[in-house]
Design a protein around this ligand. Structure first.
Ligand SMILES: [Zn+2]
Length: 215
């Protein structure tokens, strides 16, 4: 025998290689399409900023705060009057609920047992998609959210009750506004909150204008 391969074998191999090439080409096309489906919406610019309102009841004064290690732009809401536990948490703006569940673990902090075991992460939380890549999220709620995934909410609808589930020291609402992948400075009623960095402690006060629409 010589080292040359029989022509018969070679002629058999060719169609098989062609088949593999076609298959690889199809896989490549599918991959490019898959990436495009994911990437194109990401590259699309965000829509106009919704006129967000504070996630708490109309006319109430709340403390907005942050502390070192929190995360830039994150806002913790504490009421300045009355009991914090169980206070209504309201949708900042109309949208569709995309998350309503548990982030991390709940722990066991309740009004009856405020020093109970600390949980991890956000506890009971909700995320709302407002369209145009704008989202808000609401953490540490007392009980399972009052809304479900896919539900449409209007501005001011109650989505849960304020609590201390997850990694929370005291009953409060942790709140974020996001544009695409990025957290941004929260704005309420068109005015920036002023909480931009977690490099230092900040405590502000603001009155909620999350009020029922007058018709
Ligand atoms: Zn927080």
């Amino acid at each position: 025998m010589t080292t040359g391969r029989p022509t018969r074998a070679r002629s058999h191999r060719r169609p098989r290689r062609r088949g593999i090439r076609v298959l690889l080409a199809l896989v490549a096309v599918a991959a490019v399409l898959g990436i495009a489906v994911v990437a194109v919406p990401m590259l699309r610019p965000a829509g106009p900023r919704p006129l967000f309102q504070m996630p708490v009841s109309c006319g109430e004064t709340w403390q907005l705060s942050t502390y070192p290690g929190h995360d830039d732009y994150d806002v913790d809401f504490f009421p300045t009057e009355g009991e914090a536990w169980g206070r209504p948490v309201l949708a900042s703006y109309a949208g569709t609920v995309t998350v309503a569940g548990i982030n991390g673990s709940l722990g066991s902090r309740t009004p009856e047992n405020p020093e109970g075991a600390r949980g991890r992460g956000g506890g009971y939380w909700v995320k709302i998609d407002h369209g145009g890549k704008w989202e808000t999220q609401y953490l540490h709620m007392l009980e399972p959210p009052l809304v479900t995934v896919g539900q449409k909410v209007a501005q001011g609808d109650q989505i849960g009750r304020l609590g201390s589930t997850g990694n929370s020291g005291a009953p409060h609402l942790h709140y974020e506004q996001r544009r695409g992948w990025d957290k941004v400075e929260t704005r309420f009623d068109g005015t920036p909150s002023g909480i931009t960095t977690d490099e230092r402690e900040q405590i502000l006060r603001r009155v909620s204008n999350n009020c029922p629409a007058v018709s």
